[in-house]
Design a protein around this ligand. Structure first.
Ligand SMILES: *[C@@H]1O[C@H](CO)[C@@H](O)[C@H](O)[C@H]1NC(C)=O
Ligand SMILES: *[C@@H]1O[C@H](CO)[C@@H](O)[C@H](O)[C@H]1NC(C)=O
Ligand SMILES: *[C@@H]1O[C@H](CO)[C@@H](O)[C@H](O)[C@H]1NC(C)=O
Length: 387
């Protein structure tokens, strides 16, 4: 590896300076030139700026882009335009591979201090964080530490509507464009926690060639979910036999993240509003259906985010409170194994993952109530981050 010498860095800085200022002053956001230049030099831009020119690695199509594309351009706020750019993001992940932790939230992150310990001591070049924070809500305390400046351009989200799909796609798009080292994209919520150390999670995800996404077929209520936009509305793009159900808490490879942002066909149906809200959970259908139809063999059909649905029928899983959190709970979750999709129960190669057949570990868990922070912090180093 060549390391840039100070003189060439200085020249690069001087060359970029006028452009950075031009784009900063004409851009729609008010990032300061300093932040923009830091983004250019670091190759890991924050905020809404994009650095494309990384030197010598352009495809011929990229090389034809206008001069400004090679430096810093604001990412589109319009979803269609954003997804179009993201669909053309570099396909092959640049080494070292990173995990993109993408958070979908409408509240401050109650476990931020716990995540902070999780990332503490982790090399910065092995992960990125992106947050979609519904602008209708206020965030106090604000996002700080590893979470500061990580909020992407976000829009309003609501349950029982396709807005949660859009938010997740927006996160994938930003993560795809902003860092071509992002290899695995993990969706998390404010009530999720990690169940293992960063190192364990990193090794599990980065060594997998497949996505981890729950893909269930023939579930009770499949027809009603399929018909939630009206009978036969999904046809012909999504037949009932192609329709799948699964947790929205997936971990997608770069290849699959690109598939998702490039999709227009399934979105033309899943993006329609429901006429029945009680069977309307589009975010639990769109991703598993899309990946099952387009690259089932590239998926381990299970979620690595532990959840407990027993005894609940109000659409919310069990939420663990402070008095329930201790080493036993964590160890019990770690001992359990995910439920694998029905489609593959005849033992296809779907189940061959690098971590072993039928034996993938849960890496995350939900849901935890904010008061669980203290007991979690108490067992963090001795239990949770110990492999
Ligand atoms: C949320 O924001 C949207 C548009 O930004 C607005 O139409 C809507 O009324 C808001 N909803 C609430 C509950 O504030
Ligand atoms: C915590 O959860 C347990 C089990 O659901 C429940 O019995 C208990 O009342 C809860 N404690 C608080 C403080 O909410
Ligand atoms: C399971 O077996 C059925 C019938 O032989 C076959 O159609 C299907 O493709 C198999 N599933 C997978 C995931 O290979």
């Amino acid at each position: 590896m060549l390391s840039p010498n100070p003189v060439s860095l200085l020249c690069a800085l001087l060359l970029c300076l006028p452009l950075a200022i031009v784009f900063t002053s004409t851009g729609t956001t008010n990032l300061k030139p300093k932040a923009t230049i830091a983004g250019i030099l670091g190759g890991n831009p924050r905020g809404n700026f994009l650095f494309v020119g990384s030197g010598g690695t352009h495809t011929s199509r990229e090389a034809k882009n206008s001069e400004e594309d090679k430096f810093v351009i604001p990412l589109p706020e319009d979803d269609e335009a954003l997804f179009r750019v993201a669909a053309h993001a570099k396909a092959k992940p640049v080494s070292p591979r990173k995990i993109a932790f993408v958070f979908l939230t409408t509240t401050p992150l109650p476990f931020a201090p716990f995540w902070e310990s999780y990332f503490n001591g982790t090399p910065k070049n092995l992960f990125n964080i992106y947050i979609h924070a519904d602008p209708n809500f206020s965030y106090d305390p604000p996002f700080t530490g590893v979470f500061s400046d990580r909020v992407i351009y976000s829009k309003h989200t609501e349950r029982y509507s396709p807005t949660l799909i859009s938010a997740a796609r927006r996160l994938l798009a930003h993560a795809l464009i902003k860092d071509s080292s992002n290899y695995m994209f993990v969706l998390l919520s404010a009530s999720c926690i990690p169940l293992h150390s960063f190192r364990f999670t990193y090794n599990t995800l980065v060594n997998s060639r497949k996505s981890f996404i729950e893909i269930l077929n023939n579930e009770i209520g499949s027809y009603d979910r399929w018909a939630a936009r009206g009978p036969d509305v999904m046809l012909p793009e999504v037949r009932l036999e192609d329709f799948r159900i699964g947790s929205q808490f997936w971990a997608l490879t770069r290849k699959h993240a690109k598939l998702v942002v490039a999709d227009r066909t399934l979105w033309s149906k899943f993006g329609l509003p429901c006429v029945r809200w009680d069977t309307c959970y589009p975010e639990e259908n769109y991703f598993p259906t899309l990946l099952s139809m387009w690259d089932a063999r590239g998926c381990v059909p299970a979620t690595l985010t532990h959840v407990d649905w027993r005894d609940r029928n109000d659409g919310h899983p069990r939420t663990y409170n402070a008095s329930e959190v201790g080493p036993e709970l964590i160890e019990s979750m770690r001992r359990q194994r995910p439920r694998y999709g029905d489609d593959g129960s005849n033992g296809s190669d779907w189940y061959t993952s690098t971590s072993g057949r039928w034996n993938d570990p849960f890496l995350f868990a939900r849901k935890f109530s904010p008061d669980a922070l203290e007991p979690l912090m108490r067992i963090a180093n001795d239990v949770i981050f110990r492999d």
